[in-house]
Design a protein around this ligand. Structure first.
Ligand code: NAD
Ligand code: ZN
Length: 297
């Protein structure tokens, strides 16, 4: 028999570089709420950014903020008006064959789904993805699942590119600082035999946005997922005269049901992104396991 102390250990960012682990009271669910016992929580680049910079753009940390928006867990208590979890907004039930870790990866996966929808990826699309961080990699997984015939991915890091190859990238391009965007664009076209119709930019780095525009076929689409400096110098006239559509992405909407269906059916496999990989020294996504009695994926 295992007896558990009620425990709500939380990661709280008080202000710039002041991150604390502290116990917080367990909240009482309101009539339409459910209480979740957290199981797996992914660490997002934005969590690290808030910790290191105290802000992201206009969002400034002014009061203590509990981190962790990539999460999954078990309903342990329901409010008086709750009859079924399917009716509680923002709760999505995981099928038995989807692990908690996969559940926690739905949030970043959703960014990839939204980016590929905005890009119009479809059967046979030829896609360039700039950056093989978690967001570039989920975009790769989704693009392949949506039927992209060829995906080229770029990064500075060899480890990240090997992971991308493992996840289905057809070609990987190692970038070195100082590579000229136009030369890179030509490399990509030579590799594919034609320029990509779609480029999904997942670094936010100015030179990479430049490459994204130069590399994309005339009449194609560049989706800006990466968020970098407020102002950037980009080849705007080149984009204009070649009728490149530049589209933004802000997170996602209505992606959870699709993500769950794709994970449950095995059409998308996010498992290699999670903690096991970190143990092997190929960190992509660090997962925090919250339940002392269940450390399984
Ligand atoms: P990350 O920092 O882990 O990954 C970025 C990758 O880009 C790294 O692997 C890095 O080596 C690579 N890179 C850097 N310079 C490069 C270059 N010149 N060419 C090619 N690759 C280069 O970040 P992430 O978590 O994968 O997120 C990627 C970006 O997406 C970030 O800018 C993040 O802020 C943004 N983001 C946007 C949204 C949105 O809603 N628009 C949502 C989530 C994340
Ligand atoms: Zn996030």
């Amino acid at each position: 028999l295992m007896v558990m102390d009620p425990d709500n250990l939380s990661v709280v960012l008080h202000s710039l570089k002041d991150l604390r682990l502290e116990q917080r009271p367990i909240p009482e669910p309101g009539p339409n709420d459910v209480l979740l016992r957290m199981h797996s929580v992914g660490i997002c680049g934005s969590d690290v950014h808030y910790w290191q910079n105290g802000r992201i753009g206009d969002f400034v940390v002014t009061k203590p903020m509990v981190l962790g928006h990539e999460a999954s867990g078990t309903v342990v208590k329901v409010g008086s008006a709750v009859k079924t979890c399917r009716l509680v907004r923002r709760i999505h039930v995981l099928p038995d064959n989807v692990t908690f870790e996969e559940g926690a990866l739905i949030e970043p996966l959703s960014v990839g789904i939204h980016a590929c929808r905005r890009a119009g990826v479809t059967l046979g699309s030829i896609v360039l993805i700039c950056g093989a961080g978690p967001i570039g990699l989920v975009s790769l997984l989704v693009a392949k699942a949506m039927g992209a015939s060829k995906v080229v991915i770029t990064d500075l890091s060899q480890e990240r590119l090997s992971m991308a190859k493992k996840l289905g990238a057809d070609y990987a391009v190692t970038i070195t600082k100082g590579n000229a965007p136009q030369a890179l664009a030509k490399n990509v076209a030579d590799m594919l035999g034609a320029p990509p119709q779609i480029t999904i930019e997942c670094t936010g780095v100015e030179s990479s946005i430049q490459t994204a525009i130069y590399a994309t076929q005339s009449g194609g689409v560049v989706v800006l997922v990466g968020l970098g400096a407020e102002m950037a110098t980009i080849p705007l006239v080149n984009a204009a005269v070649r009728e490149i559509d530049i589209r933004g992405v802000f997170r996602y909407c209505n992606t959870w049901p699709m993500a769950i269906a794709m994970l449950a059916s095995g059409k998308v496999n996010v498992k290699p992104l999670a903690f096991e990989t970190t143990k092997q020294g190929l960190g992509i996504k660090v997962m925090i396991k919250c339940d002392k009695n269940d450390q399984n994926p």
